[in-house]
Design a protein around this ligand. Structure first.
Ligand code: SF4
Length: 145
């Protein structure tokens, strides 16, 4: 019998717009190939020009992964008093906090430092699993080296 996930009754989350996801600390916004194509289209740029201007390849074991650049103050490259590409923002941003690294264990959820956690909208297990499914269908764009 498959054990029910800890979020079997759903999880409450409503973003408080504190913007900590997009600012203040060094980090990565990893992109799928589809994310990059959608953003390039939104910005009316050729795919290669978009990657050259707004992205960086981040070394990871065995290869590199595509991430958005960040500004000198660690704000996301698209942060300008709010997200400049909100309607086309990457899956990593849209699906937060329903990431595999956060919701596969209760500890992951408990350790999440986010003011929007455990408040507001109740997200059903189906909704949580649809985000996990999207990530499986749209993996982070990675190149072997
Ligand atoms: S793309 Fe938008 S939502 Fe995502 S980190 Fe950048 S500013 Fe924030």
């Amino acid at each position: 019998m498959k054990k029910a996930p800890f979020y079997a009754r759903g999880l409450r989350f409503s973003c408080t717009r504190c913007s900590s996801c997009c600012r203040y600390e060094a980090g990565f916004v990893f992109l799928s190939r589809k994310d990059a194509e959608v953003l390039a289209k939104e910005l009316k740029l050729e795919y290669t020009a978009f990657v050259k201007t707004f992205c960086r390849w981040v070394p990871v074991p065995g290869g590199v992964q595509l991430s958005l650049k960040e500004k000198a103050d660690f704000d996301c490259i698209f942060w300008e008093n709010g997200c400049k590409v909100y309607g086309s923002r990457p899956l990593q941003c849209r699906s937060f906090p329903f990431w595999e690294s956060i919701v596969l264990s209760e500890t992951g959820w408990k350790d999440l430092d986010c003011p929007g956690k455990d408040r507001g909208t109740l997200h059903s297990p189906d909704v949580i699993e649809s985000y996990l499914g999207q990530r499986r269908e749209e993996p982070v764009f990675r190149k072997e080296t």
